[in-house]
Design a protein around this ligand. Structure first.
Ligand code: PLP
Length: 372
């Protein structure tokens, strides 16, 4: 007896990820699959590369979408640029910064960490002092730390790294498409992201951009890249040289193409402003309910709102109530913030004042029903 066809529930994805997929992206997913060497596929891929440069704020030739989720983008950056025996400096203020450090360790680098309380960001002098002291080959930071809701000023890190000539890796998994990622302006060397957050697509692709300076550095690598699948030299032979490397998913590339077209039509500035307005409305509403934001005003990510769980409320119960009674998905805390915060994503189709109102109404009911 065959299983029945799957009927996934229609959740309102107010989580930090995956987030609500744009309806036009769903249509793109249903289009005919072509081969990964088909001229049509390469044409679509080239258009994606042009649109990705726009959202990354860059003219980098090496701008692609890696097959895999955001962590594949992270691993591509680390595996190619953090060599065994090199010095790797990580600005460690959250769950995903820890993941960067762990990947560096596994590549055999000597990892130096500058610690901060989860929810705080790094100031110019601290970054400078750390880089001067450690003299790293590569530094890495998380632009929008999804686990805490804190937004790092990228210029603070790149200015410190430039002094010592270190390459800079930026995690733009949560920021890309929802807020500015000024790669060329502040001289980030390597930035990676994911398809399932600010780009309003399903998970499965990791946009990545690499500066010419970093590509030059890659040529001088002493040892081969340990990860064959994520080796940028081999990937560029596929993306630029049209030489088979792996069977890239045509459907996911169509989805990303449409997601980027939606963004282009709205205009980046308009999209950023819309996310900011929705964030401000959500903060006002959350505070009116008597709750507190985890990060101080001025340092918050607009598209991931991290709210402290009140002492007298059961956070699991709130999330269960939202899912079961309202079809709404949000997430709880990670690592040291487990049980202490709610993480509420406001991205793409859900970043509107109307959706914020609807969310706050449901959230208020869920809180009332979950008093301990
Ligand atoms: N970096 C950040 C800042 C993230 O928020 C995430 C996922 O939430 C990742 C990396 C890992 O991405 P993925 O779960 O798509 O592998």
């Amino acid at each position: 007896m065959p299983f029945p066809t799957l009927q996934p529930p229609k959740r309102l994805l107010f989580a930090p990820g995956p987030t609500m997929v744009d309806p036009r992206v769903y249509e793109a997913l249903a289009k005919h699959v072509v081969g990964c060497m088909d001229p049509f596929f390469f044409e679509a891929m080239d258009q994606i590369r042009v649109m990705l440069r726009e959202v990354f704020g860059t003219r980098n030739e090496m701008t692609i979408a890696v097959s895999g989720t955001g962590s594949a983008g992270m691993e591509t950056a680390i595996a190619n640029f953090v060599e065994p025996g090199s010095k790797f400096a990580v600005f460690a203020n959250g769950f995903f910064a820890d993941r960067l450090a762990e990947m560096g360790r596994r590549q055999g680098a000597s990892v130096a960490r500058l610690e901060k309380r989860w929810g705080e960001v790094f100031a110019r002098e601290e970054a400078q002092e750390f880089v001067r002291r450690e003299r790293p080959d590569v530094v890495a930071f998380v632009h929008a730390e999804t686990s805490t809701g804190a937004l790092q000023d990228p210029g603070v890190i790149t200015a410190a790294a430039r002094e010592s000539g270190a390459l800079v890796i930026a995690d733009a998994v949560t920021s890309l498409g929802a807020l500015p990622v000024p790669m060329d302006k502040v001289e980030i060397d390597i930035a990676y992201s994911s398809s399932q957050k600010g780009l309003s697509c399903p998970p499965g692709l990791a946009p990545l951009s690499v500066s010419a300076r970093a590509m030059e550095r890659l040529k001088g690598r002493k040892s081969p890249v340990n990860e064959w699948y994520l080796d940028l030299k081999l990937l560029s032979e596929y993306f630029d040289g049209r030489k088979y490397h792996h069977t890239a998913s045509a459907s996911l590339f169509y989805a990303l193409h449409e997601g980027l077209r939606v963004i282009e039509e709205e205009g980046l500035e308009n999209r950023f402003k819309r996310h900011l307005r929705s964030h401000e409305a959500l903060v006002r509403g959350v505070e009116a309910l008597g709750l507190k934001m985890h990060v101080a005003e001025g340092g918050r990510i607009p598209n991931v709102n991290v709210v402290r769980v009140p002492e007298n409320v059961d956070d699991m119960q709130v999330r269960k109530h939202l899912r079961e009674k309202h079809g709404i998905d949000i997430l709880g805390g990670l690592g040291v913030l487990t049980g202490k915060v709610f993480r509420i994503g406001l991205m793409g189709p859900l970043a509107s004042e109307e959706c914020v109102k609807m969310f706050l109404d449901a959230f208020g009911r869920a809180l009332k029903a979950s008093v301990k």
